[in-house]
Design a protein around this ligand. Structure first.
Ligand code: GLN
Length: 483
């Protein structure tokens, strides 16, 4: 067996060439051997994976095969799993096993997926490197001296290293697409409302959206189809028909118009990334796509606005971690105030504390109008600008990030990192679907190409990337030690 794609594994399982139990044993062994080099998992669930694999074999014997029957996956550790540790990579939740499953988990299990556990991430999804995790940084499988990106660091590394075939992620300001780019995998953040947020530990509720990282656009389509859908338990869930993404990958790119915002290329692209972009555009062009250059007037405001909106929401969301209801609780305290104070001081890491402070500051009585309200208004302008462009074109595209993954000792503040990530955040502010697929290498590290689509147009976004992948090999390259 080799670590293949979901669509290849599906055929082998359906033809009876391999059983789900054999697949599970193979991936368990792979995780046991390779995971020590990566630190991509926080919790492994081998026993329940074996049980799920057995159930998958029984289902297949009865010809009850679903979309993901027998397919090995993992969940980002902010996605609640009943009875299984769900830490959000924070000391604050290091002892927390939720009493319920997130809707994403239920949906994927109902489709027969076999979960191997919970993968590493930046603490509460705040970061671009994986370094803010209480459980330590995740190493990039292409070069273990480099970060895997963030915040879905473990999801990207585990998929790139072939420890699982897909992993769930969440994307508030690029957290699926940036690590996908850094690790040479494909990742999609769907339209806000497409995937239920029920049971996903909240960072910034108006931006957070669950999604998937996998080896190809086709695999992303299969998993997204399995995890999406209207959920009455999430008040922001969109009550819309769920397209069968995996069966809609045939698309002619003839006449497809793609906007290239000048600002997306103005981010200090290194030479190899610039060359990879040119080659990628040439392939899309050969397939019939037309490119038009456009201006994004508000691009410079995207990161500043994000750093008002996201922390403001985070400060409210994270107020529930008070040492009373669940999670970490400071010991030997004299009174209630000291309990709150020491629990939060000891339970949260530096990055999380700084975001809570920023967000609280932006909402103080004197600054509310100038920061919070102004931030909301500028967010609307940015969203409108994206929507206006998408009336004229099918997609907006450019480099996902300005270059490859940085080395682990690269020192930068989270705001500096987010400026490097500026191409990613607009899609979150506007609630639009966006995808990153591998497009080349820079300094021996993968780099990705981003496509942003119209609201609820994931089907064409995935199909366009699939057409590119039918005509290129970057998504088939594997890191040497993990091939
Ligand atoms: N890098 C961004 C941040 O640090 C994105 C995080 C995310 O999408 N969860 O906030």
């Amino acid at each position: 067996m080799h670590t293949q794609t979901i669509s290849e594994l599906r055929q082998q399982l359906d033809r009876g060439e391999v059983s789900a139990t054999e697949v599970a044993s193979y991936f368990q062994q792979r995780i046991e051997t390779l995971e020590p080099k990566l630190n991509s998992f926080i919790t492994t669930t081998f026993d329940s994976a074996q049980a799920e694999a057995k159930a998958a074999d029984e289902a297949m014997a009865k010809k009850e095969t679903a979309l993901l029957t027998g397919v090995p996956i993992a969940h980002k550790d902010l996605i609640s799993t009943k009875g299984v540790l769900t830490t959000a990579a924070s000391k604050m939740l290091s002892n927390y096993a939720p009493p319920f499953d997130a809707t994403i988990v239920e949906n994927l299990r109902a489709q027969g997926a076999v979960s191997f556990g919970k993968v590493n991430m930046d603490e509460f999804a705040m970061g671009s490197t994986g370094k803010t995790s209480f459980y330590g940084v995740t190493n990039n499988p292409w070069n273990t001296d480099h970060v895997a990106g963030g915040s879905s660091s473990g999801s990207a590394a585990a998929v790139a290293a072939g420890l699982v075939l897909a992993a769930t992620g969440s994307d508030t300001g690029g957290s699926i697409r940036q690590p996908a780019s850094f690790c040479g995998v494909t990742g999609i953040k769907p339209t806000y409302g497409r995937v239920s947020r029920f049971g996903m530990i909240a960072f910034a509720s108006s931006l957070d959206q669950g999604g998937v990282l996998a080896k190809s656009a086709e695999d992303c389509a299969i998993v997204l189809e399995g995890m999406s859908g209207y959920d009455p338990k999430d008040p922001t869930s969109a009550n819309r028909e769920l397209p069968a993404f995996s069966k809609m990958l045939d698309l002619s790119l003839k006449g497809i118009k793609i906007a290239l915002p000048r600002a997306f290329f103005d981010c200090g692209l290194d030479a190899a990334t610039a060359k990879a972009i040119d080659e990628t555009l040439a392939i899309y062009r050969q397939l019939g796509a037309e490119f038009v250059e456009v201006d994004l007037k508000y691009h410079d405001l995207v990161t500043p606005v994000y750093y008002v909106v996201a922390p403001a929401e985070a400060a409210s969301n994270l107020s529930r971690f008070d040492g009373i209801r669940y999670g970490y609780r400071a010991e030997n305290v004299q009174n209630l105030e000291e309990l709150y104070d020491r629990t939060r001081t000891e339970g949260f890491g530096q990055e999380v504390k700084s975001r809570i402070l920023m967000g609280t500051y932006a909402k103080t009585e004197v600054l509310y109008q100038d920061f919070f309200i102004k931030g909301q208004k500028v967010r609307r302008l940015i969203a409108n600008e994206y929507q206006e462009i998408l009336k004229e074109v099918d997609f907006i595209a450019g480099p996902t990030v300005a270059g490859g993954a940085f080395s682990k000792d690269h020192k930068a503040s989270s705001i500096q990192n987010s400026l490097f990530d500026a191409n990613l955040i607009g899609a979150n502010l506007a609630g639009l679907p966006a995808l990153s697929h591998p497009m080349g290498m820079s300094n021996n590290m993968p780099v990705g190409f981003q496509l942003i689509g119209r609201a609820f147009d994931e089907a064409r976004l995935l199909a366009a990337a699939h057409q590119y992948q039918l005509n290129s090999d970057w998504h088939k390259k594997r890191p040497a030690d993990f091939a």
